[in-house]
Write a protein that binds this ligand. Structure first.
Ligand SMILES: [Zn+2]
Length: 396
């Protein structure tokens, strides 16, 4: 079985009915037009074939032509919804060699673009233009770095927000336990447990003076701190007191974890993992001219652009993203953010039908929504449905 898909761009005054009538006149003799009137009745009729058309946000109207020998079907769907641009999709199924060359007949009247050529062109374009890694892309192309920030995807959102808070206040400083405890408003034991067991912190041993409250020296090795304490005869050179020194554990956030949080790399990694479940044509963290792209991928015959924001997404972010989307001819644009979007910005984004905001504080909800969209696209991909339909028609 061979499936081919073609696209036809539609103008402003495009009429689907006129197109179908036109095609009907061209191919009418050899083909039966299954539904002369589309609409609600169609699915009712289709139930005879134990199927229904996956009428979705994408498919607004459609018609099916079937050759009299049932070896050849043509599915014409008007797509709208997510996509601002209207396209008409032609799907052709045939098995025998003596098929009517339906497409070349239609081509005499309408300008068609073949799907495979179109897809190939897009992929060539991306391969040629997205070769350079962005600053974030360089981190995400480094497998050692990914290994180190991977745990950020498996911790709870609460733990991640704690880390975020600690980093925003202390950055890469050495932090005493009480400072973390004060910041998070949590008791020592709990904080100590988190800092010691999460693997996100480097533990440092500081010699401090209980009397003058000064940190005299910090070492990454406990042994070294011990020997320095012994050598000092437990004498504080600052307040000149004896027996006032002790060793306490202090913490510094690991560099990779800090970058992973500060630059929102954990979110980009999360998105990358979901994308890779559905396609293998993707580009993460790339430069396109002077613009940074978080994620671009080609799947379901469509070009997707994803922008990740672990901070707030504002109006300027939108205009910059819209510019990138336009230059790339991206069909679907997802804004994935962990922060609430201001209603005014939301209003602007919502006006663009092909932009979608995925906004959740919880990473699991982001994953679920993304997977839901992909599963939906996969399921509704018309090729599969048409194969099934023709199969049912033959057995009818
Ligand atoms: Zn002292």
């Amino acid at each position: 079985m061979n499936v081919q898909q073609y696209h036809l761009s539609t103008g402003i005054n495009f009429s689907f009915k006129e197109l179908i009538d036109g095609i009907s006149k061209i191919i009418g003799e050899n083909f039966i037009r299954v539904f002369s009137e589309a609409g609600e009745l169609v699915n009712e009729k289709l139930q005879n074939f134990k199927t229904t058309v996956p009428l979705s946000k994408f498919i607004k109207d459609f018609e099916i032509f079937v050759s009299r020998d049932l070896n050849h079907a043509l599915f014409i769907a008007l797509e709208i919804g997510f996509i601002q641009l209207q396209t008409v999709e032609f799907l052709e199924i045939y098995e025998n060699e003596n098929r009517v060359d339906i497409i070349s007949l239609i081509r005499k009247k309408f300008y068609l673009k073949k799907f495979s050529e179109r897809g190939k062109n897009i992929i060539n374009f991306l391969e040629k233009n997205l070769g350079k890694l962005s600053p974030n892309g360089k981190f995400l192309a480094n497998s050692n770095f990914i290994k180190k920030i991977q745990p950020l995807l498996s911790i709870s959102d609460l733990e991640r927000s704690k880390l975020k808070k600690i980093i925003s206040v202390f950055n890469d400083d050495v932090i005493p336990i009480n400072a973390i405890s004060d910041l998070l408003k949590e008791d020592y034991v709990k904080v100590e447990e988190f800092c010691n067991n999460s693997g996100f912190f480097e533990i440092l041993y500081a010699i401090i003076c209980k009397k003058c409250d000064t940190s005299l020296l910090t070492s990454t090795e406990k042994e070294k701190a011990n020997s320095i304490l012994n050598d000092s005869n437990n004498y504080c050179t600052l307040c000149k007191n004896k027996g006032t020194l002790k060793i306490v554990e202090q913490y510094r956030i690991n560099e990779e974890i800090r970058l992973g949080i500060q630059q929102g790399l954990w979110l980009e990694l999360l998105v990358k993992e979901i994308i890779s479940e559905y396609c293998n044509l993707f580009w993460i963290g790339r430069m396109f001219e002077t613009n940074e792209l978080d994620a671009v991928f080609f799947a379901f015959d469509r070009l997707f652009l994803i922008e990740c924001k672990d901070t707030s997404f504002g109006q300027n972010d939108f205009y910059s993203l819209a510019g990138k989307a336009e230059a790339l001819h991206a069909i679907h644009i997802f804004i994935i953010t962990t922060h609430e979007i201001h209603p005014n910005v939301k209003k602007i984004v919502d006006k663009r039908k092909n932009f979608k905001i995925i906004c959740h504080h919880e990473s699991d909800k982001i994953k679920d929504e993304l997977r839901g969209i992909f599963a939906y696209l996969q399921e509704n991909y018309p090729q599969m449905w048409l194969r099934y339909f023709v199969h049912q028609l033959r057995n009818f």
